[in-house]
Ligand binder design. Structure first.
Ligand code: ATP
Length: 408
């Protein structure tokens, strides 16, 4: 294990330094300290780790305070759960430090009640065996693996397994997590685990808040193989439990999530994912889903605009550039781009790359100097001039001035 901890491909050198600083302080405080969860799983799979997830048997908030005192930076703490983030000085690293704890679920689907406990108890509250492995990093224990639930064997077999039969009833968001890992690592969900995604668990899932469900879907949309994951969810009847109107995600749309960076449209996999996903739905269906998943106003608008534009495309085909520009002006760019990807309507691309940037040379100030009072008429004149440029009616500043002279 020491070999993995020192491999710069798996843990970049700055993170290795951080980890040894953390370990040194844990040792001096005699607080057993471990890496846990995704980073141990990824290390054992020979994959570079994303974050350092640190857990201590002791008070993580006090531990983070000590790290700040010795090494600088700052901490943000969550006192109820005794967890802290250490914002490392002069870098954008944030280390997640938690207090080993046990959890009990008072009610299916509710957030758990927690109390400080041992590392073994902490591993038992986790989602899957492969995520319930700890790697000690302090003192003489450095490099020791703690694997009371058989996570390593499951990693070797490529199996996703829950820790107890009620796991998905306690927290049905784990169903989404299981599918993310299954597809991401090419693993299999073990048969008993798959059976536990049963009616009872799906009933609890139906009652989860929109925010919790959307958060899981966001995490899936962040993944390279999100389409495959969403299709798997559909196959298991899970999308339906979110809402009966939830459509399937088409594989055809999967490639579109990898956005073309040449266009100056800010890429966002999550927003793009939801626009594509809901693009063939009616306004009413979108309304129901946007409410169920508690979308922000911005995301709701992007999704609605994509579907609305795709529906109205037949009416716009063959329109003049100025008419396209008028119809598209108020719509989010990403929605327009999504509809372009799905329909290959070239006018949409022309709008994104050229037409939306076209302006008349004359400005509002110029018009005021010509004696036009500020008001709707002024806007109309500017629009008319812009439309003339867009449609090729004027191609030079002189021609624009001629047209202006006729208008005012
Ligand atoms: P990823 O690579 O997807 O980020 P991760 O394992 O790092 O995976 P996190 O969401 O950061 O995922 O969670 C960290 C750890 O916390 C997990 O490895 C798991 O042990 C535990 N965990 C997270 N969510 C749950 C949950 N809903 N139920 C139980 N344990 C969970």
């Amino acid at each position: 294990m020491l070999r993995l901890l020192r491999d710069p491909y798996l843990i970049p050198s700055e993170k290795q330094t951080l980890l040894s600083d953390i370990a040194a302080e844990a040792e001096s405080l005699r607080m057993p300290c471990y890496l846990v969860g995704g980073c141990v799983r990824d290390l054992l799979l020979g994959r570079p780790i994303k974050d350092l997830d640190v857990i201590v048997e002791g008070d993580a908030v006090a531990f983070a305070a000590r790290l700040v005192e010795v090494y600088g930076g700052r901490q943000t703490s969550h006192f109820k759960f005794r967890t802290a983030f250490w914002h490392v000085p002069d870098s954008d690293h944030v280390v997640d430090i938690i207090t080993a704890r046990s959890e009990t679920y008072e009610k299916p689907g509710a957030l758990p009640t927690v109390k400080p406990s041992t590392i073994e108890d902490d591993l038992r509250r986790r989602d899957f065996t492969v995520n319930a492995i700890a790697l000690r990093v302090d003192g003489k224990g450095l490099g020791e693996i703690l694997d009371p639930l058989g996570g390593r064997a499951d990693l070797e077999r490529g199996v996703i397994r829950i820790l107890h039969p009620n796991s998905f009833i306690d927290d049905p968001t784990r169903i989404f997590r299981a599918i993310r890992y299954e597809v991401r690592y090419g693993f299999d969900i073990e048969p008993e685990t798959l059976n536990s995604m049963n009616r009872e668990a799906l009933k609890v899932l139906e009652s989860l808040s929109g925010e919790r469900l959307r958060n899981e879907l966001d995490l899936i949309l962040d993944e390279n193989e999100s389409a495959k994951m969403l299709m798997r969810l559909a196959g298991l009847g899970i999308l339906e439990s979110i809402h009966p109107k939830m459509p399937e995600f088409t594989q055809d749309y999967a490639d579109y999530l990898e956005m073309d960076a040449h266009l100056d449209v800010a890429a966002d996999r999550r927003v793009m994912g939801f626009i594509l996903w809901f693009i063939d739905l009616s306004e009413e269906e979108i309304f129901l889903l946007v409410n169920r998943l508690d979308f922000s106003n911005e995301l709701s608008l992007a999704v609605w605009a994509g579907a609305q534009l795709k529906r109205s495309l037949p009416h716009l085909t063959g329109a003049k550039p100025s008419e396209w520009a008028y119809a598209l002006e108020k719509l989010p760019l990403l929605s327009i781009y999504a509809v372009y990807l799905v329909t290959r309507e070239n006018a949409l691309l022309s709008y994104i790359s050229i037409w939306r940037h076209v302006r008349a040379r004359t400005t509002g100030e110029d018009l005021k100097k010509l004696g036009l009072a500020p008001g709707p008429r002024l806007g109309e004149v500017l629009n008319r001039l812009r439309a003339a440029w867009l449609d090729g009616e004027v191609t030079t500043e002189f021609e624009e001035r001629d047209l202006l002279a006729k208008l005012v």
